[in-house]
Design a protein around this ligand. Structure first.
Ligand code: ZN
Length: 248
């Protein structure tokens, strides 16, 4: 009798605990969504405390040991993105790991001259595997990168995760490609207009194309930097953009 009661009590306690855990998860989700919504609305009305986005830039070098473009041109793309995100959305782009731009040497030509149309299918190609691998296992010129402890946690959780951007040699019809939501990397064509990296990062943070004098204009001369309020709010509440500075 006592034994049966003990067994029943243990089972009952377990059920209560599982129910409590479920309630905790629901509360967490409600809190998370409420904060996100508040953040979105605050951003819409112009309350925009500084947030952070972690970026790892790669400059590809071919197998003849030539970079696809100069280091200076790559830095110009990066600095333009830093400037635009800060000015338009109060988002600070910080380096994800130890260097602003990392050389990716000895890259096969197939991965540098991409015949991509930036379709979903392209994200299943061999070059996409290559860039994904470098997004997941970031390298530096000195070997594998080590992120800060907080950065590592962010990468695992997918909240405040780093975006990696690689400069490649050429693409037939685009000056950049990104695969928002499904991948954490984007690519930019060598010699692309100065706002191209910022444009691709905009896609990564959930912004679609918008015609007119806007950063997200697909046909522009890649000189416009404007973002409207709604775009700023979407960008600021993307999963890559957080209040935590987890970079080095
Ligand atoms: Zn675009």
């Amino acid at each position: 009798m006592w034994k049966r009661f003990k067994k029943w009590a243990r089972k009952a306690a377990q059920r209560v605990w599982h129910a409590v855990q479920k309630i905790i998860r629901v509360v967490k989700e409600v809190v998370r969504r409420t904060i996100a919504l508040l953040d979105f609305v605050a951003s819409l009305v112009g309350i925009r405390p500084v947030k952070y986005l972690r970026l790892q830039c790669y400059l590809c070098w071919d197998q003849k040991n030539n970079p696809v473009q100069s280091r200076a041109a790559t830095d110009q793309l990066r600095l333009a993105a830093v400037d635009i995100f800060r000015r338009e959305a109060n988002v600070k782009i910080i380096r994800a790991f130890n260097y602003d731009v990392v050389d990716l040497t000895n890259v096969p030509e197939d991965f540098l001259s991409l015949n991509w149309s930036c379709s979903f299918r392209d994200s299943f190609s061999a070059p996409a595997d290559f860039f994904r691998d470098h997004a997941e296992n970031p390298v530096s010129t000195a070997g594998h990168e080590s992120s800060s402890g907080a950065g590592w946690v962010a990468d695992q959780l997918g909240y405040g995760e780093a975006i990696s951007a690689s400069v490649v040699r050429s693409m037939p019809s685009n000056d950049g490609c990104s695969f928002p939501v499904v991948e954490d990397f984007c690519v930019v064509e060598a010699g692309a207009g100065v706002t191209t990296l910022a444009h691709e990062l905009g896609h990564m943070c959930g912004l679609p194309h918008l015609y007119g004098h806007n950063l997200m204009d697909p046909d522009g001369a890649r000189t416009d930097t404007n973002l409207n309020r709604l775009q700023v709010s979407v960008l600021r509440t993307s999963r890559y953009v957080t209040y935590f500075r987890t970079g080095p």
